[in-house]
Design a protein around this ligand. Sequence first.
Ligand code: PLP
Length: 543
Amino acid sequence: MNAAEFRRRGKEMVDFVADYLENLEQRPVYPDVKPGYLQSLIPTEAPLEPENYEEIMKDVERVIMPGITHWHSPYFYAYFPAASSYPAMLADLLCGAIGCIGFSWAASPACTELETVMLDWLAKMLQLPASFIAGTHGQGGGVIQGSASEATLMSLLAARCKAVRRILSIKPEMSEPEILNKLVAYTSEQSHSSVERAGLIGGVMMKKVPTDSTYAVTGDMLKKIVEKDKEAGLIPFYFCATLGTTASCAFDHISELGLICNEENMWMHVDAAYAGSAFICPEFRPLLNGVEFADSFNLNPHKWLLINFDCSAMCPDSFHEGNCLAAQIDFLLGDHGCACGYVPGTRGGKQQQQQKKLFTWLLCFGEFTADTGCKLARVKKRHDMIGAFKVEPLYLRHENQESGLVTDYRHWQIPLGRRFRSLKMWFVFRMYGLQGLQAHIRKQVALAKEFESLVQADKRFEICADVIMGLVCFRLKGSNELNQNLLKKITKSREIHLVPCHLSGRFVLRFAICSRTTESRHIRKAWRHITQLTFELLKNPIQ
Ligand code: PLP
């Protein structure tokens, strides 16, 4: 394909995409295919000779579309939203064209610098404390990760290293494996499965804290379990709070929880993957009060801020003493020879070098480093910190890296390569403006409230959790089996798509407002559909 053909095909593709999205509500939202359907539709090997573009596009409809769950259909109400907007898609096209791999400032200065500024724009929209902002001096600030799960894992690993450092400094007679065996992390029984997974990957005990009647964790609940564990000789070190739980969009009481975490030397990570975007609206911002106690905070603009996947914003608090991920690694690899990484107990030599590599990705969220003792000290320039740990082959070096004025984001993440994802933020923030983004959030919350009213007006149904944002949890009054059968009928119909959750042992249907194009008429039609299926089900409950 040459440039002339690309121009032609590109215009056709833009038309194809616009047609697809404009007419999406006519397609069944949920596919009707069996596992393995696609293999029988395409050859088992790549073609030897070049193929014709038209044939490929025909196959998009024949092979791909039948197997698509249409996440952007106005009848998609499952999970949480996957954000999408035209400015973000255009920015993604430009990102593909520039095609830079922005691992260091020199690898594409605009890629690095725009990310820093966009995360500051976002932090200011959210009214985060100043310690979450990079500002003009290149200190602190956030980073775009691929997912909330990655952000949680990173925070847990950093917290683990910090805890080992602290315990070793007060009880030098303890060995690292002994400490690791006693470390205990906590999260809500309602938190996302990625938190439990972070515990498994991080190799630490993870305990679930019970929730109150609103499915939120309160300070008292955490305090009780922490006290009991301390009496049993365990070492509490980490708590992952959730603002907007996946099942019912509940909000942990982070002001109370943060105080306890600070008192107990526990790292508090705040997972606001979905609901975090709503905090750009002043009326929702109070739910974020207490973030000042957090050691790290994460939200997914790719869920609710009109920025297509992937774009997960991680903001570590750079001013909390000892919070910087890099500081934990500095300790890990510093003069102590302490290794609290994936292979506990290995010290020095090649193994330590390998661990150093493993942990390089955890680097540099703020402006702290460890001194040569165990005490952490804040440093004035980020190169003091980065310089301590970098894996620096000649081919990645550049003349500005020690200037203290630039960020090399490769030190902030697992992979070396990174896309120019901040372009999507820049286009979306500018084309919607803060007011446009707030309007999007408010509209979706209003649609959820409308759906809630429809459910409340039908005495056969009940609402199962407070509707605070764009999610309604509801069920038919009756058995779990009845509700399972209703969901089966809904899924089979393929007209709307929902997923369930369990709340207090009950099978509950989740109705999440997801698509940017969902309007009141879609909500009302979805409800008519649900009540029609309910009518059929109640006539013949054994399905
Ligand atoms: N945390 C919460 C509260 C979520 O609801 C989700 C996904 O819905 C996640 C984490 C995982 O997000 P990601 O896919 O970005 O890892």
